[in-house]
Design a binder for this molecule. Structure first.
Ligand code: 5AD
Ligand code: FES
Length: 349
């Protein structure tokens, strides 16, 4: 049994894919196989990116959201969520601070906030790109039309993050309200890639109703979609959502999935997420050792950080950006890597 399992890790390394059945076997593998997966993934990360870990400055500029995803703490129907929007000037100040810390990628993230219409988003993109032409700009602002995505791209946005959340339509419908469509989510991802964005998809590990089969479908979807980036992190319950009593996603499974993704897409950009670091004090370090090569510290003003609570107990909500930068430097060093502040474009072209 054991040797067959380890063979599966070797097969994944050589062939960069597995069948759905083989993938589900790996999710439940023994500790020796898990360690083999991890070490192969680390080797592949080093072959492609050396010891470099890319850093992205995350600016959460609005927690207003017109959507009602059942798992999310900033969902529309959460009356306990104190809403905020950063002004244009505040967003630019976050970029200044990030730039001075050496960051050369900014990620603008928000709920789906109708206040920021396409004109306002374009104005922000244009301002950031003209002030910092040497920086990459990533958007993470949800589902939009092809035309909106195209306008943002033409204004200078380089990358777009939109997690697919789950590749299984029935599962998608259990996590969202009737007004949210699985087909539209996938349409968005295809549009983004077609327009020319470096595109990121992803999912939560251990979300309600997720089965091993769903996870295998996620991985095969990702393999087929061939994104530039993949964001995965454990599901973490939020007290004001219907899933408040659902257990958090398992750390070990999240790490295995990071390794499998690294082996399936050797050149992909793979963050060690804040969610992983929230449920494990050494989550970021473990994520990097499992094959991750990106960290995304928060650049939002400390005064609003606690309000962007998509899940409970999110870390780093009280720390100044400079502190996070230092903390990450040390953590990354402790696993033999180094933070690099270049744009860090994907090599998965
Ligand atoms: N736990 C973990 N991740 C979550 N997200 C939303 N809510 C939660 C939660 N409760 C993730 C979703 C979303 C991203 C911004 O955060 O995958 O796409
Ligand atoms: Fe924010 Fe460590 S990353 S304090």
């Amino acid at each position: 049994m054991c040797s067959t399992m380890t063979d599966l890790a070797e097969k994944l390394y050589k062939e960069q894919t597995l069948s759905k059945r083989e993938l589900t076997e790996l999710f439940n593998c023994d500790t020796d196989t898990a360690e083999r997966l991890r070490s192969l993934a680390e080797k592949v990360r080093i072959e492609n990116y050396g010891c470099d870990i890319y850093v992205r400055g995350l600016i959460e500029f609005s927690n207003y959201c017109k959507r009602d995803c059942l798992y999310c703490g900033i969902r529309r129907s959460n009356q306990n969520c104190e809403r905020y929007r950063l002004s244009f000037d505040e967003i630019m100040e976050c970029c200044d601070e990030g730039y001075n810390l050496g960051f050369r990628t900014f990620v603008l993230q928000s709920g789906e906030d109708p206040y920021y219409d396409d004109d306002k988003i374009c104005e922000i993109i244009t301002a950031i790109k003209s002030k910092y032409p040497d920086c990459a700009l990533t958007l993470s602002i949800g589902e939009k039309s092809y035309d909106s995505y195209k306008r943002f791209y033409d204004c200078g946005a380089d990358r777009y993050l939109l997690r697919h959340e789950t590749a299984n339509k029935a599962h998608y419908e259990k996590l969202h309200t009737k007004s949210q469509s699985f087909e539209n989510r996938i349409r968005c991802l295809k549009d983004l890639k077609q327009i020319g964005y470096q595109t990121g998809c992803g999912f939560m590990v251990g979300s309600p109703y997720q089965t091993d089969e769903c996870l295998a479908e996620d991985l095969l979807f990702i393999k087929d979609f061939n994104p530039h980036m993949v964001g995965i992190g454990p599901f973490i319950s939020h007290k004001d959502t219907v899933f408040k009593d659902h257990p958090n996603g398992p750390v070990e499974l999240t790490l295995k999935l990071l390794s499998i993704i690294r082996l399936m897409l050797p050149k992909v950009l793979l963050p060690a997420t804040t969610a992983l670091a929230t449920i494990d004090p050494r989550g970021r370090e473990k994520g990097i050792m499992a094959g991750a090569n990106v960290v995304m510290p928060n650049l939002s003003p400390v005064s609003v950080r606690k309000k962007y609570q998509i899940y409970d107990n999110k870390i780093c909500t009280g720390d100044e950006s400079a502190m996070c930068k230092n903390c990450l430097d040390l953590r990354v060093k402790s696993v033999g890597c180094k933070i690099v502040t270049s744009r860090g474009d994907s090599k998965n072209v």
